[in-house]
Design a protein around this ligand. Structure first.
Ligand code: AKG
Length: 325
């Protein structure tokens, strides 16, 4: 068997066209049980042993557990990324030759948590730019709108606006006050082409980094909602950090304005870079100096936003209980 594994099937031309038109597609029954079990085992390990960053991200929002870069410390997640079928799908979807892994993110909402994921575009706060970027969202539990299935604004990846990045914990450091305010979509849903799916474990969402998306809290009393997002980049992507974009706390050699390079963003296709992979032989921790730098940036950003009249509380959105249908 060769790795990364080949998916159960290729994406059809119609699915790729739909991704280009709508900015999101849902593929039913895409993931074999063995890969799903591997991811679930890794995610459960991550839930029980959160990183410092994850604890920081999850501190303000009761019942909403988030963490990133799990693959740096959890073998099952790393193996799913290096050996699973995901990189080949990303390659086909993006039409790319080279595929690099950008990062993973865990999103878990406990039953009864009312914490939404505010509407946002991912690319507005990512430290990369390019056309060939996509995310896969992999639920480990059955999801509906009631227990926090994702919602998308169809076609919004083609809108000209770049919206202020509103994260679930309202992190000031990634809010760029020069960007547009996100409209209060749920206050006037009839104005938007909203789309969502009921999903089962094994289904996968593939979406463009500019497609507006978000989710309600988990109104179910019994059903936890666990998901892992995997982010991929292709040939044209460059490293474009800024004080108002998500910091990367792991080692890499990408020059500003240049292609992604190094072990934080490992190359998976057309083949692995042995030097990058060797660096992941042992679990890796984020660099403490970079973490402290991020905390200071965040404090400075909160002051800057207040002084410039952007109060992060004013950016809160209408998210009541989901309406069915
Ligand atoms: O799971 C969620 O509620 C949020 C997912 C998300 O925003 C993402 O994967 O980019």
């Amino acid at each position: 068997m060769s790795f990364p594994a080949f998916p159960t099937r290729k994406l059809t031309d119609a699915e790729i066209q739909q991704y280009r038109d709508d900015g999101v597609i849902m593929i039913k029954g895409a993931i074999d049980r063995n890969w799903l079990d591997l991811i679930e085992a890794g995610l459960e390990q991550g839930r029980g042993d959160m990183s410092l960053l994850g604890r920081f991200m999850s501190r303000k929002v009761g019942g909403y557990q988030m963490d990133i870069f799990l693959w740096k410390r959890i073998d099952q997640i790393r193996d799913a990324i290096y050996y699973g079928p995901f990189a080949r799908w990303a390659q086909q979807l993006m039409g790319a030759k080279e595929v690099r892994f950008f990062y993973d993110q865990m999103f878990v909402k406990e039953p009864g948590t009312d914490a939404p994921t505010p509407w946002h575009q991912d690319l507005s706060f990512w430290p990369i730019r390019g056309e060939q970027i996509c995310s896969f969202w992999i639920p480990l539990d059955p999801v509906t709108k009631e227990n926090s299935g994702l919602l998308y604004v169809r076609g919004s990846h083609k809108w000209p606006q770049r919206f202020k990045a509103i994260s679930p914990d309202y992190v000031a450091a990634i809010i760029d006050e020069k960007m547009d305010d996100i409209p209060d979509i749920n206050a006037a849903p009839e104005k938007y082409d909203l789309v969502d799916w009921n999903m089962e474990p094994g289904d996968i969402l593939m979406f463009h980094p500019l497609t507006l998306h978000g989710s309600y809290g988990n109104a179910s009393r019994t059903r936890r909602r666990r998901a892992l997002a995997l982010r991929w980049t292709g040939d044209d992507v460059t490293y474009q950090p800024s004080a108002k974009r998500m910091p990367v706390h792991f080692r890499h050699e990408s020059a500003v304005g240049g292609p992604l390079r190094g072990a934080a963003f490992p190359r998976i296709l057309p083949d692995c870079d042995p030097a990058e992979r060797a660096l992941r032989a042992r679990p890796e921790k984020p660099m403490p100096a970079k973490m402290v730098g991020s905390l200071l940036d965040n404090a400075r950003a909160a002051i800057r936003l207040k002084l410039s009249g952007v109060d992060s509380r004013a950016l809160k959105q209408t998210w009541g209980k989901p309406t069915q249908g």
